[in-house]
Design a protein around this ligand. Structure first.
Ligand code: GDP
Length: 695
């Protein structure tokens, strides 16, 4: 891509609280940029972005679909992101690859709890943003109140660019403060036409005052213009725009616009603002990564001249082309037919097709450049978060971190005929979504699916029926427990069978240590070759296999260090499989004596409640074994921060609603695993079997 083209490229996401109007706004953007010819309505279930059937029904956007459109000289890649907290993983992964975003707020609801959560994520990933206050046609909407909330709740330094105009309570246009003019939309043409008029005399002073305010906020972002301003000289509109752009790219200020997506108002100015203020790939810092050969850090500038590197940020199954992988290209050029290197998997992959996506339509392209977002077909090993690079110049970019799933349900096919289809569909869904896991429990002969929340699993089971036409029965949601140990111990594993002919011989002794927060580590400390080198990894594999199902309740075992200290082998009878089994036996033996404990997911809960309900809300948290961490206040609401075991939180949405007559809202996120208190464990597990040896 030429430099001017890169400067005119915008990779942006649209994020918002659920129902603020993200889907409608995206839809209008696609309409005005000429990509679609019939405007869809969320309520009629015909929007372009929400192409999955159940998204239409629910009216919410679940998977991030990337789409490209053009506005004036700019190319805009839009990643649609979901608003529900159960899908923050989708938001996070898009923030990782975006250069900027539009945050949409509802003109009535204002800054809602989930907007704050997403805003904090955007701060964490340092994503520059502009804000759009939507739904100003609705009764009860108040642009200025939302601006105040953005200041007090989000601590945003805002740049107010517009003032809404009402005629007898009807929202008809906006005043463009910088251009000193007013824009009145033409209802008949669905807002495609609008009239520009001079501002009424009586508003002149107010507009000048607002204009001055803008300059004051952003003057510091350019020394020359700042000097001019301090010297009392007139600052021209293009200069102010440049200042706002600089401040926005620095992520120091947030330009705010307003409108009504539903009534086709304000979308053109929003698109202008995207081009004027959001960064191009050249404005953001060059990406860094590790060269896997030298282990040194390297930088890849956003340029076609440097070796190719890209991050895969989304896998999706497409009914026409099969598996699609979305890539953000950070450097170099990617060509159709080319072979690239997957650094994470150490595999070469061929790009058989390169596509530019428009929701569920696609356009084949021959090549794509640094800074762009595209989808490709033909990759066999690549998963979400992997780096692809030029074969000769490998680099490993920082991956996207995904949380472990915390909730599971048992799933079974409705009929025999569904059996095969079910396992295929689940495996596809697992490939797409790094926070969705499938596991077969050998002991209970059950398949368990796990995810990030009740709604997450509900959507998945919905997709099974709709997209994959599989009938399945679902059990009750269950907490995904983990097991670990509290003390050191030793275990011996012998797998010896000698009955004529070639037998089996595997023998090892291991020690286990708690390894809190550091996962699984295996060390080999045997002396004098008492076990042949070739069998060591089999012992490790045996331990890892045993760890998938712990001795307490068959839950995965985490945070353990295993040291191989002794054993023996037989010249003829020993085999890899015999040592693998010996490793498993030794592990189970050792774990019994290591004070095994059960760990449960603890959730971070944030509740917004009116003062009169505070007492009941807190009492209820205590009943749920929760701990109150903090109590603060924002606007007229009390905010309760608490840590609560997930096991106590099923159905909380309904309970909180009835407790507060629907006045309180909350957000919940996974925080960490903690030990389950013994009195709770005893209700469903017999730990006494393993606790005798401990004083
Ligand atoms: P999302 O959940 O953020 O994607 O929100 P949607 O775009 O699905 O909108 C949620 C609801 O608000 C739908 O019923 C829309 O028709 C409605 N809506 C969206 N924008 C506006 C608007 O500007 N004014 C009004 N009155 N309703 C809107």
């Amino acid at each position: 891509m030429k430099k001017e083209e890169l400067l005119n490229l915008r990779n942006m996401g649209i994020v918002a609280h659920i129902d603020a109007g993200k889907t409608t706004t995206t839809e209008r953007i696609l309409y005005y940029t000429g990509k679609i010819y019939k405007m869809g309505e969320v309520d009629e279930g015909s929007t372009e972005m929400d192409w999955m059937a159940q998204e239409r029904e629910r009216g919410i956007t679940i998977t991030a679909a990337a789409t490209t459109c053009f506005w004036k000289d700019a190319r805009i890649n839009i990643i649609d992101t979901p608003g529900h907290v159960d899908f923050t993983v989708e938001v996070v992964r898009s923030l990782r690859v975006l250069d900027g975003m539009i945050a949409i707020f509802c003109g009535v609801g204002g800054v809602e709890p989930q907007s704050e959560t997403v805003w904090r994520y955007a701060n964490k990933y340092n994503v520059p943003r502009i804000a759009f206050v939507n739904k100003l046609d609705r009764i009860g909407s108040d642009f200025n109140r939302v601006l105040e909330e953005m200041k007090t709740k989000l601590f945003a330094k805002i740049v107010k660019l517009q003032i809404p105009i009402y005629k007898k309570d009807e929202f008809i246009g906006v005043i463009d403060i910088l251009e000193r003019k007013q824009i009145i939309w033409d209802e008949e043409s669905k807002g495609m036409k609008f009239y520009e008029e001079p501002i009424p005399k009586k508003l002149k002073d107010e507009i000048e005052f607002e204009r001055e305010n803008i300059i004051e906020v952003v003057a510091e972002y350019d020394d020359k213009i700042c000097e001019k301003y301090l010297a009392g000289k007139e600052i021209a509109t293009p200069e102010i725009k440049l200042l706002i752009r600089k401040g926005t790219i620095k992520n120091a200020v947030v330009p705010v616009l307003c409108g009504s997506a539903f009534k086709n108002k304000g979308i053109q100015s929003l698109l202008d603002a995207v081009v004027d203020y959001l960064p191009s790939p050249l404005d953001v810092e060059a990406v860094k990564g590790i060269n896997p050969i030298t282990n040194k850090e390297e930088v890849r500038e956003t340029s076609d001249e440097v070796p190719f590197s890209a991050l895969s940020f989304k896998l999706a199954t497409d009914s026409y082309v099969g598996q699609l992988i979305y890539l953000k290209i950070y450097s170099g050029i990617l060509r159709q037919g080319e072979i690239v290197y997957n650094v994470n998997r150490d595999k070469k992959e061929r790009i058989s097709r390169l596509l530019r996506m428009h929701a569920n339509k696609r356009e084949d392209i021959q090549e794509a450049s640094a800074g762009d977002i595209v989808a490709c077909v033909g990759l066999k090993f690549t998963r979400t978060g992997d780096t692809l690079s030029n074969i000769k110049n490998p680099i490993l970019l920082e991956s996207i971190q995904f949380p472990e799933p915390v909730i599971s349900v048992a799933i079974e096919p409705k009929t025999q005929a569904d059996q095969q289809k079910l396992s295929e569909a689940l495996s596809k869904l697992q490939d797409e979504d790094p926070t969705f896991k499938v596991k077969f429990e050998a002991e209970t002969l059950q398949t368990l699916i796990s995810g990030m929340g009740e709604l997450h699993l509900e959507i998945i089971t919905d997709r099974l029926t709709r997209e994959f036409s599989v009938g399945a029965n679902i059990g009750k949601p269950m907490v995904s427990y983990r097991e670990t140990i509290k003390t050191n111990s030793r275990g011996e594993g012998k797998y010896i069978r000698q009955s004529g002919g070639r037998g089996q011989y595997g023998h090892c002794i291991i020690e286990l240590y708690p390894n809190t927060g550091n996962g699984f580590i295996f060390e080999n400390k045997i002396k004098g070759g008492v076990i042949k080198e070739e069998y060591i990894s089999s012992i490790k594999n045996g331990i890892e296999e045993a760890m998938t199902s712990g001795i307490l309740g068959g839950y995965p075992v985490i945070d353990i260090k295993a040291i191989l200290i002794d054993g023996s082998y037989h010249e003829v009878d020993s085999s890899e499989i015999a040592f693998k089994i010996a490793g498993s036996i030794a592990f189970r033996e050792a774990m019994k004596n290591a004070y095994p404990i059960l760990m449960e997911p603890i959730m971070k809960l944030e509740i917004y409640t009116p003062e009169p309900n505070l007492g009941e809300v807190i009492a209820d948290i205590n009943v749920r074994r929760g701990k109150i961490i903090n109590l603060t206040e924002k606007a007229s609401l009390k905010i309760v921060d608490a840590m609560v075991p997930l096991a106590e939180m099923f159905g909380y949405a309904t309970d909180l609603r009835s407790l507060t007559q629907g006045r309180a809202t909350y957000t919940m996120e996974f925080f960490r695993y903690e030990e389950v208190p013994d009195d709770i464990v005893k209700k469903f597990l017999d730990v006494s079997l393993y606790r005798k040896s401990v004083a």
